[in-house]
Design a protein around this ligand. Structure first.
Ligand code: HAS
Ligand code: CU
Length: 557
């Protein structure tokens, strides 16, 4: 073999069995249903910033916090993990031409359903209005914590399925480089597995026994620290499946190629290493954590900014190749030539554009001193609706526009409405975030039902109004999405669906010589990640263990 050539696995001619497709499809439906169920309270919340109170029309809600818990849990947790539990195993199975393990597929699905049932029970009966952050000493009903644990375990089972598929393939192909799509899918969930362990300790070790009355008191700071230990990395567990699409699928959809196979693997390894040891950037204002440790996490947060920056250059290059291949000329002429009529691609490009602002606001959050200005203000929801709420949410919408047809065998229904959904949503979220950010700088608080706040200040009028207008457009965008997906499933034209996933070729690589194959050793990289995590977290745990079990539970709703 000559230098620079690649030993590439040929995955053509494989189709997933119908039974497995069906489980994947229903897993996805849970997620997309959760998305739609969650946006109703989103609308109420956004309008409340504009001093419009529609919560009185939600008679089944006993408090604003109950609604906010529904919003956060459905849109940030259930949508994302249901999607990943279906999407990542599908990607690895397709990339390696291997069937999934049916029993594990079912187990993961059933755990996800059970978890949802328990969480649904706890939240709808107003026994768990603790928000998606579930901070102790607010105490929820045990079914809330157990339900969330089951959802997390379902992600572990999905990962196990992927690992087994990978090992089977590796046994048959010992000297071939693992295809990029399989590698980045596996790396995404490997990172999440490591990241999920602290929250598992918090829930299983403390919050569940406490909510069952087996222990009387918990250590609020310890649980909060364990929460953010997982809680920062969780945002990358949401983001990386979107990046899998941006790197490995979007270039093809745009008529271009992925820039570099090696760079892409490198980016995912950086996420594996740096996503987790950064949680203290959510706790800059918490007492009981030394300034030095906060500074270490701040620096590492700037480190984890880098792979996203590399992603920005890489995905724009892929889009540019696509636009130029389609006849685009000049500095920016390629943008116009992108296939803007493709609803799936358009949603994802708009997700990327919004993420530029999500990234910039993230950098501001991460800055130790600037954080003091914006922490706990509406600036933060401004930030996260441009990250999880757009970079991720809109990408999941865009992927649905090819994935649901692919899995159901039915053509996408209503392309015009599908296109409108992501444009309306994007215009909405940019207006919304402009309102939230500017009013946040003026001190408008987050997690507050502003339509009833006695301390409302008129200087928030403009920001609040923009939040209300933008939030209404976002709501409409998701409703359009819902109509398109339900109609596709029920009345989409049979047989006219995509037959395969949109694979992308890469311009450079994969390379089989030199050090490049070593990049594929996820196990070794995971060990390095553990070392970094120990450096970043053990000093705090050494001085804060054993736990100080001082606080009883509070249910203030
Ligand atoms: Fe964050 C708070 C810092 C990214 C989500 N974040 C939150 C919360 C959520 C969240 C939910 O340091 C609130 C949690 C709560 O309830 O309290 N965040 C960052 C930083 C990044 C970042 C540095 N966040 C995310 C992502 C999220 C997410 C991703 C979800 C998926 N965040 C913070 C901090 C806080 C925080 C503090 C705590 C604040 C506080 O005080 O409470 C970075 O990773 C961002 C990197 C992003 C980029 C952008 C790259 C752009 C790309 C697109 C390029 C494509 C283009 C297309 C331009 C560098 C890849 C062009 C197209 C053409 C056609 C031309
Ligand atoms: Cu974070």
């Amino acid at each position: 073999m000559s230098a620079g050539t690649a030993t590439v696995f040929d995955p053509t001619g494989f189709e997933l069995p119908d039974g497995q497709r069906r489980v994947l499809r229903w897993t996805l439906y849970i997620g997309y249903f959760a998305l739609v169920a969650g946006v109703f309270h989103g609308l109420a919340q956004a309008l409340s910033y504009a001093q419009i109170d529609i919560l009185k029309y939600f008679p089944f809600l006993e408090s604003y916090y109950q609604g906010l818990t529904v919003h956060g849990v459905t849109n940030a947790l259930i949508l994302t993990f249901s999607f990943s539990n279906a999407f990542l195993p599908l990607m690895i199975s397709r990339a390696l031409s291997q069937k999934l393990v049916s029993s594990l597929l079912w187990t993961s699905f059933i755990l996800m359903v059970l978890g949802n049932v328990l969480v649904f029970y706890a939240v709808t009966t107003n026994q768990a209005s603790v928000l998606y952050t579930a901070y102790a000493p607010l105490q929820a009903h045990w079914s809330f914590y157990v339900g969330l644990v089951l959802i997390v375990v379902s992600t572990w089972v999905a990962l196990l399925n992927m690992i087994i598929v990978y090992r089977r393939w590796r046994g048959a192909h010992p000297d071939v480089r693992v295809p990029l799509l399989a590698f980045i899918s596996l790396a995404s969930y490997a990172m999440w597995f490591l990241a999920s362990l602290p929250i598992a300790v918090s829930f299983l070790g403390f919050l569940i026994p406490w909510s069952l009355g087996l222990i009387d008191k918990v250590d609020p700071l310890l649980n909060r620290t364990l929460f953010w230990f997982t809680g920062h990395a969780i945002v990358y567990a949401w983001l990386l499946p979107a990046y899998v699409s941006w790197y490995a699928l979007v270039p093809r959809q745009a008529g271009g190629k992925l820039m570099s196979d090696t760079l892409t693997r490198f980016v995912f390894i950086l996420f594996l290493l740096l996503s987790i040891p950064t949680g203290f950037h959510h706790q800059y204002t918490d007492p009981g954590i030394s300034t030095g440790m906060k500074a270490v996490h701040a620096v590492l947060t700037f480190g984890v900014f880098f792979p996203s920056l590399a992603t920005a250059f890489s995905v724009v290059a892929a889009l540019e190749m696509g636009g130029r291949a389609r006849g685009g000329r000049g500095l920016l002429g390629w943008i116009r030539r992108l296939p803007w009529g493709d609803a799936s691609l358009t949603a994802q490009i708009l997700a990327m554009v919004t993420f530029v602002f999500g990234g910039i606001t993230g950098l501001i959050n991460a800055s130790y001193t600037l954080n003091l200005v914006i922490h706990n203000t509406s600036w933060i929801p401004g930030h996260f609706h441009m990250t999880v709420g757009s970079a991720v949410g809109l990408t999941l919408v865009g992927v649905a526009y090819w994935l649901i047809p692919y899995l159901t065998g039915r053509q996408l229904w209503g392309r015009g409405l599908a296109l409108a959904s992501s444009w309306v949503y994007t215009i909405g979220v940019l207006i919304f975030a402009r309102g939230m950010s500017s009013a946040g700088l003026e001190g408008m608080p987050r997690r507050t039902y502003m339509a009833q706040a006695p301390y409302y200040q008129s200087q928030w009028d403009l920001g609040g109004m923009l939040t209300g207008i933008g939030g209404t457009l976002m709501f409409l965008g998701i409703i359009f999405f819902f109509i398109v997906i339900v109609a596709t499933i029920l009345v989409g034209k049979k047989g006219a669906a995509p037959k395969d996933i949109p694979w992308s070729e890469s311009l450079h690589g994969p390379v089989s010589e030199g050090w490049a194959p070593r990049l594929d050793r996820i196990g070794v990289w995971s060990l390095v990640a553990v070392v970094l995590i120990l450096i970043a977290y053990s000093p705090w745990f050494v001085s804060n263990l054993p736990p100080r079990l001082i606080s009883p539970g509070f249910s203030i709703w």
